[in-house]
Ligand binder design. Structure first.
Ligand SMILES: *Cc1c(COP(=O)(O)O)cnc(C)c1O
Length: 384
């Protein structure tokens, strides 16, 4: 069986992780959060990315809340988010008493469609929050243009896009602020939870840093400048991420190569009802590899029989989720998001897949697609 979420992501790092636990646990400092290891990790990310500020925090979700709070988003405000994506996109907005307004997605790229996003802007809109999802970065030049023209803040949900580059600019630095998620399954996942806010704006970075630790500034404890959060970062995970960081570019490259191979193999499957994501490396982030399949559930069952795990995310557009229906105008539709949610299927994509496993996965998808053509003969032809 080739699992969709592999259990052995950190198998090669086990000794190192135990060593780190021991080192941090026996360090005379006895500092387990926001210590020198967190600071070194933030510095390393900042230098590699060319950001003004990187603030490590407790999760990608929390990173979004910190950014929206720092920008002053609150009751009465609207934030435009994609109609298909993960819950934090809407929940982080609702959590501040603001309203998420859902933009439809591009039918193939599956990220927020800038035209639909701009159409959703009202005089209450404070911010645009496109997300890079699946393996495609949102069209950030166009979102930046809309934000500039309409006087809106721009938050970039780059939680899964670490390492992606669009027009020479890294994911995370297109928005006034971007975020990363280090939850286990993400491309720079860790042995637990974590996230980061990245920004080219030092002032926004300072505000986020303060909000991360109850609105205090680092120099002076128990003076609370703003109502903040507990979103601090763990020293053991900071050391572990510092250990894992040098290997990240190679792991991302391996993911990209697997995606290139899949896309090459699947190029001809469109007429068989299986559509591969857009090819190439520009503006791409290879967190998951997502197909659009007319007979999605059939493909999923076929892959399971072939020993290949797959995953449906997201099975329904955000405004159809019970938690968020109250935010959606009655009767509103998001045709592209609804259609994609019915057809979407992600197949395994991780660096330690062997070439043979990758071939087997591709063979299995191709076999299903080609057989489904035979299963639906052209109109007028008799089956025997
Ligand atoms: C995973 C994810 C998040 C949330 O990150 P957590 O670390 O799980 O809180 C936010 N946005 C997107 C697009 C994600 O994929």
């Amino acid at each position: 069986m080739i699992p969709f979420f592999p259990p052995d992501v950190f198998a090669a790092d086990r000794e190192e992780l135990l060593e780190i636990v021991h080192t941090v646990g026996t360090d005379p400092d006895q500092r387990f959060i926001l210590g020198r290891r967190t600071a070194a990790f933030e510095d390393e990310l900042r230098l590699r990315l060319g950001a003004a500020e990187v603030v490590a925090c407790s999760s990608g979700t929390s990173a979004l809340s910190l950014v929206l709070t720092a920008m002053g988003v609150g009751p009465g405000d609207e934030v435009v988010v994609p109609a298909l994506g993960c819950a934090p996109l809407a929940a982080s907005v609702c959590g501040l008493g603001a309203v998420p307004v859902f933009a439809d997605i591009d039918p193939w790229r599956l990220v927020a469609d800038p035209v639909s996003a701009e159409a959703a802007v009202t005089d209450r809109t404070r911010a645009l929050m496109p997300a890079h999802l699946f393996s495609v970065m949102a069209d950030m030049p166009r979102f930046a243009d809309i934000a500039r023209r309409r006087g809106l803040r721009l938050v970039e949900d780059s939680a899964v896009a670490q390492g992606g580059v669009l027009g020479g600019r890294p994911a995370g630095l297109w928005g006034e602020a971007g975020v990363f998620s280090f939850v286990q399954v993400k491309t720079f996942g860790t042995a637990g939870e974590g996230g980061a806010v990245v920004t080219g704006d030092p002032e926004l970075g300072r505000a986020v840093r303060m909000l991360r630790n109850h609105g205090q500034n680092g120099a002076q404890r128990f003076v609370h400048h703003r109502v903040g959060y507990n979103s601090r970062f763990d020293e053991i995970l900071a050391a572990f991420q510092l250990h894992r960081l040098p290997g990240l570019p190679d792991r991302l490259e391996r993911r990209a190569r697997i995606a290139d191979y899949y896309t090459g193999r699947f190029a001809e499957l469109g007429e068989h009802g299986v559509v591969a994501p857009p090819p190439g490396r520009e503006g791409r982030c290879f967190y998951v590899y997502t197909l659009l399949a007319e007979r999605r559930d059939g493909l999923r069952a076929h892959l399971a029989r072939a020993g290949v795990g797959s995953h449906v995310y997201y099975p329904s557009p955000l405004p159809h989720q019970p938690a968020f229906t109250s935010c959606a105008p009655p009767g509103a539709r998001w045709p592209n998001a609804e259609s994609a949610a019915r057809r979407i299927l992600s197949i395994p994509l991780y660096p330690h897949l062997s070439d043979a496993q990758v071939e087997h996965i591709a063979d299995s998808v191709c076999a299903f697609a080609r057989s489904s053509r035979r299963a639906t003969p052209a109109p007028g032809r008799r089956t025997t």
